[in-house]
Ligand binder design. Structure first.
Ligand SMILES: [Zn+2]
Length: 216
């Protein structure tokens, strides 16, 4: 099963990707994680990426694409994979398509988790994270037992710097402009499957597994 998960920030695609990955025994591949790893280890690509990140610039497509393609050739991805947060642009999608064609491993499906801009904003802006264990909370939907303290370890919760309202609005605008065209791109190829993701997590999980039922 070779999958791409698309959706606005806050749509829950990371959570669903984790569940499907566990169930199928395939890796959930997030570009953020790969990027951090390369930078940490100091690979050739990591050093290139670092130069951009240090300047506060986006890492260019060719660097990200090369990292992802390399990751997909690792043994654990042989049975399949879920790309979470990649591709983000049509040029990235074209590069991915070409690379997968070369190895005769085309995508099985692209799942798009659909929520409104308003829901995305509401879900992300109210979110708090425990810096110790990584657990997330939400001031309305999933509040901690004690105000602003992690239920698990008592650590003071923090807001991620990219989750304030102004930054989220900017991320949503970037998505609309650069990532939304991917819906058309994958629909044209007969790969797109939409999942209505405004519902609670369990319902969305059911819909996700139902959408994958006919794939092997
Ligand atoms: Zn914690």
């Amino acid at each position: 099963m070779r999958l791409v998960f698309l959706g606005l920030p806050g749509a829950g695609k990371g959570t669903q990707a984790r569940l499907v990955a566990e169930h199928e025994g395939i890796p959930q591949i997030s570009t953020g994680d790969i990027l951090r790893e390369h930078v940490q280890v100091g690979t050739r690509l990591g050093i290139r990426a670092r130069a951009y990140m240090d300047r506060g610039d986006y890492v260019p497509d060719d660097v990200v694409v090369e990292m992802v393609i390399e990751r997909l050739s690792e043994p654990d991805a042989e049975k399949g994979f879920i790309l979470d947060g990649f591709p983000r642009t049509v040029p990235q999608a074209l590069a991915l398509e070409a690379a997968l064609e070369r190895t005769d491993r085309p995508l099985s499906a692209v799942l798009q988790f659909v929520i409104s801009q308003g829901t995305a904003l509401q879900r992300i802006v109210g979110r708090f994270t425990c810096p110790d264990c990584g657990r997330t909370y939400h001031k309305e939907f999933k509040p901690p037992a004690q105000d602003l303290v992690c239920d698990l370890d008592g650590t003071a919760l923090e807001k991620r710097s990219d989750e304030d309202e102004v930054t989220v609005l900017r991320r949503l605008a970037v998505y609309r402009e650069q990532t939304s065209p991917l819906e058309r791109f994958y629909a044209d190829r007969g790969l797109l499957r939409e999942i209505e993701a405004e519902a609670d997590v369990d319902t969305v999980t059911e819909r996700t597994f139902a959408a994958l039922k006919d794939l092997d």
